[in-house]
Write a protein that binds this ligand. Structure first.
Ligand code: ASP
Ligand code: MG
Length: 423
């Protein structure tokens, strides 16, 4: 069995859904578990619905939600004829679940409502794609992943119950292949033992696919994207970025760690643990070779460049000239944990500690406030963090030219520089 994952960009228009069908038509004789995201920017739109609802703006929430409804109904109408009515009924059922909730007043915390609302995106997209494939002669079974993928109730970043889910994959998903070669399900969402919907963190569909690949001992997993494959830099920032045709999991997990937006970082472990190869392919042109990621050593990698903009540097200085030793640093890491802040770069000196983080304003403010009980705190915003793996000195000089280096850290294979753009 193989696992395919189609992201939001691959299902965000009638043409693209047609293209998904073209790809699947080529694989009709293989057993495929197909994990699909919400269409295009639906997740963002549903986040806005959740925000309005929680802020007490019921009418605005219903209004925003009705736009999401219309988009999906229109897409379904374009794509379907014989299967339209049955599909419309499934869509209406999902709409109704959300609308019931929107008519109430919020009494639980935000993250709970977020998940109950946002999970709808994947249910809608898969219902439409599944109906369209069936109508196009690509027989498939649709399954609500919330009946299979069990999580805890850590809403918005739920943790999978592996044992329960593995057992449900065996008893619910695998038997569906007796009927059809293709099974369609949702990425990113799950449910608790009390049937509350949960989500696994933004961009979590790659992870869902990897979890299922692991649990079914899949032959391989393919992530279909709107890019050629994994590139050595973001082509939007570096027009001469090149495709990397072969990578291994150790490299990819480092790339993801440093902020490359290749694949959701959690995706790697379930695949690596079972030695399942991961293909990253372009859904716009399936004949392109794409990238394969496996466990073998890979030599001669090009320099891999990752830029994270919108960085904050926090300088924490001892208040009385005492060393910034294990104790204050330990306290600081407790604050990171408590505020779910992941520093991207840290450096310890005798009487100061530097850390660089993504600029999430409320969290940064909270951290500065709480840390000011231990240190004198200084914050600088608007910096960029450049990471280059397998770097060459000439390339680094070129990349930092015109910026001021605030902080630099270097190992034999990775260099990181925090940069300040000239005023
Ligand atoms: N639809 C979700 C998101 O946009 C999950 C995903 O696309 O992987 O974050
Ligand atoms: Mg996506």
């Amino acid at each position: 069995m193989r696992v395919f994952k189609f992201g939001g960009a691959s299902v965000n228009s009638v043409e693209r859904i047609n293209q998904v069908a073209n790809i699947l038509r080529h694989h009709k004789d293989e057993q495929l578990l197909v994990v699909i995201s919400a269409m295009g920017k639906t997740t963002n739109a549903l986040e806005k619905v959740a925000e309005s609802f929680f802020a007490g703006n019921k009418d605005e929430a219903l209004n925003l939600f009705s736009q999401v409804k219309q988009q999906h109904l229109t897409t379904a109408k374009y794509l379907l004829v014989t299967h339209y009515l049955a599909c419309e009924q499934s869509l209406i059922n999902f709409f109704t679940e959300v609308e019931w909730l929107l008519h109430d007043k919020p009494v639980r915390d935000y993250d709970y409502y977020y998940d109950q609302i946002v999970c709808t995106g994947e249910l809608l997209s898969t219902a439409i794609v599944s109906a369209f494939l069936n109508e196009s002669g690509i027989a498939n079974s649709w399954i609500d992943v919330r009946d299979v993928l069990r999580t805890d109730d850590n809403f918005r970043d739920a943790n999978i119950d592996w044992q329960f889910t593995r057992q449900r994959v065996k008893s619910v998903i695998l038997p569906l292949f007796d009927k059809n070669n293709i099974v369609i399900t949702q990425g990113f969402i799950g449910a608790t033992d009390e049937n509350e919907s949960t989500t696994l963190g933004r961009e979590g569909s790659d992870y869902t696919a990897a979890v299922f690949a692991n649990m079914t001992d899949a032959d391989d997993q393919t992530i279909w994207k709107d890019v050629e494959g994994v590139m050595n830099a973001d082509p939007k920032q570096f027009p001469d970025a090149q495709l990397i045709s072969t990578l291994n999991y150790a490299e990819v997990i480092e790339m993801a760690y440093y902020g490359a937006q290749v694949i959701h970082p959690k995706t790697i472990k379930p695949l690596q643990n079972k030695g399942i190869p991961l293909y990253v392919k372009c859904f716009l042109d399936a004949s392109l070779p794409g990238t394969v990621i496996h466990n073998e050593p890979v030599h001669e990698l090009p320099p891999i460049i990752v830029v994270k903009n919108n960085q904050v540097m926090m300088q924490l200085m001892s208040k009385d000239f005492s060393f910034v030793g294990e104790r204050p640093v330990g306290q600081l890491y407790h604050l990171f944990e408590h505020l779910s802040i992941k520093p991207n770069l840290t450096q310890n000196g005798a009487i100061s500690f530097l850390c660089c983080m993504d600029d999430k304003p409320e969290k940064i403010q909270q951290l500065a406030l709480e840390a000011s009980g231990i240190f004198d705190v200084n914050v600088e915003k608007g910096l960029s963090l450049l990471t280059v793996r397998h770097y060459k000195p000439e390339l680094l000089d070129k990349l930092v030219a015109g910026s001021e280096i605030v902080l630099k850290q270097q190992t034999s294979d990775t260099v990181q520089v925090l940069l300040r753009k000239p005023a």
